[in-house]
Design a protein around this ligand. Structure first.
Ligand SMILES: Cc1cc2nc3c(=O)[nH]c(=O)nc-3n(C[C@H](O)[C@H](O)[C@H](O)COP(=O)(O)O)c2cc1C
Length: 375
């Protein structure tokens, strides 16, 4: 990347500190499940996939969700693990390839919680785990977690972070969004507990905070911990964990106190106002209320919002090349610090380089085909 230092997209290419490291720019690859790791082991295909995005110029990669070492962490076939010698060896090769291409990389630590059902890999007899029981057809599909279960899961997150650090990852992202385990405790609709982990927003955030604390203790004071959260859920795009800025502040204060360094605010459209009475996005509110660096995401470079239906193949994700000026504006004004792209980086790994060199017309289109056969 050699030209156009003075381009109108300059704000995207300003380096930024990330723990003891420096990211070369503000462009992040958003976590995307690809289901290409048979037996939980990321292989050569994964190495090449992440290497291409690093070579294309992103500053930071957040990997697809990777399962922590707990029997109910997974809910999908062929998703990678972050435990066991083979999976860790596979990830080590991914990390080395990404570093060689000048980018930084963190794994997304994942436990699917109550999204899991009986019959799923790796052990079909293990139900989902969640804050509250879910029975379907007379069978317990999701077990209400005991206090012992909670301690085990916290330790599994800590161990995953220890292993991530040992094999060279530059930090970790804790997946606290989209109705998976941590979010299912935070969201009042899925949490009916009446102990210390249910009831008030502070209680519902307790599992998240304890996991962040455990990850901090398992790593080091300067090891970057990112935390992804969202209002939207897999089962309800209109859901909310907080209704206003005051509640958001309660939530964020707990997580900052626990040790979060960077918030990854998962929205489907980065420009949408978070609350009535202000045009500020959830990411901008989070930046202001937490004082921590914030990553925004959602339809950057696209004009159609991410939907689960796309992944299941029954919605066409066709989208054009949306205007980048509002994205750059969010960085320039200091509203956010990092900008993540998901689908656009499937369609075009060279997106950062092409934007840097002002070759916008050469950016590949994102469409249904890009979703299936990304390069
Ligand atoms: C194929 C695919 C898989 C995804 N998997 C994950 C995931 O594992 N973890 C996660 O937090 N978000 C996941 N997401 C959401 C993306 O990280 C991102 O937030 C979303 O696609 C919006 O960004 P975009 O509009 O730039 O695509 C996935 C999205 C896509 C398209």
């Amino acid at each position: 990347m050699s030209q156009a230092r003075e381009s109108q997209h300059q704000a995207l290419f300003k380096p930024i500190a990330f723990g003891p490291h420096t990211l070369r720019n503000r462009i992040v690859m958003s976590p995307m499940t690809r289901q290409r790791s048979p037996g939980g082991v990321p292989g050569e295909q994964s190495v090449a996939y992440y290497q291409r995005r690093a070579e294309g110029g992103v500053g930071l990669i957040v990997t697809e969700g990777t399962c922590i070492g707990h029997p109910a962490a997974s809910g999908y076939n062929n998703v990678p693990d972050l435990f066991g010698p083979q999976a860790l060896e596979g990830w080590k090769r991914v990390v080395e390839a990404v570093h060689q291409a000048g980018a930084r990389i963190v794994p997304q630590l994942w436990h699917v919680g109550p999204i899991r059902r009986l019959g799923q890999a790796p052990d079909p007899l293990v139900p989902g785990y969640g804050p509250s029981e879910i029975s379907e057809g007379g069978e317990v599909q999701v077990k209400a977690m005991s206090l012992d279960d909670i301690e085990q899961v916290i330790e599994a997150y800590a161990q995953a972070a220890r292993d991530a650090r040992a094999i060279g990852f530059d930090g970790v992202e804790i997946h606290g969004a989209h109705e998976y385990l941590i979010d299912s405790f935070i969201w009042s609709q899925t949490n009916q507990r009446d102990d210390d982990y249910g009831g008030s927003l502070a209680n519902r955030t307790r599992l998240a905070a304890r996991i962040v604390q455990a990850v901090r203790e398992a790593t080091s004071p300067d090891y970057p911990i990112m935390f992804r959260f969202s209002q939207w859920k897999i089962s309800d795009y209109g859901a909310r964990i907080v209704d206003n800025a005051a509640e958001l502040k309660v939530f964020l204060d707990i997580l900052v106190e626990a040790g979060v360094d960077v918030f990854d605010v998962s929205t489907r459209r980065f420009w949408e106002p978070a609350f009535e009475g202000s045009s500020d996005s959830l990411a901008a509110w989070t930046r202001r209320l937490s004082g921590k660096p914030v990553m925004m995401v959602g339809s950057v470079g696209l004009d159609k919002a991410y939907s689960i239906a796309q992944l299941r193949g029954n919605e066409n994700p066709d989208a054009g090349q949306a205007d980048l000026a509002p994205v750059v504006g969010q960085l320039q004004s200091g509203a956010v610090d990092l900008v993540a792209l998901g689908r656009m980086l499937l369609a075009d790994p060279q997106w950062p380089t092409k934007v840097f060199e002002n070759r916008l017309a050469e950016i590949n289109r994102f469409d249904r085909e890009a979703m299936q056969t990304e390069i």
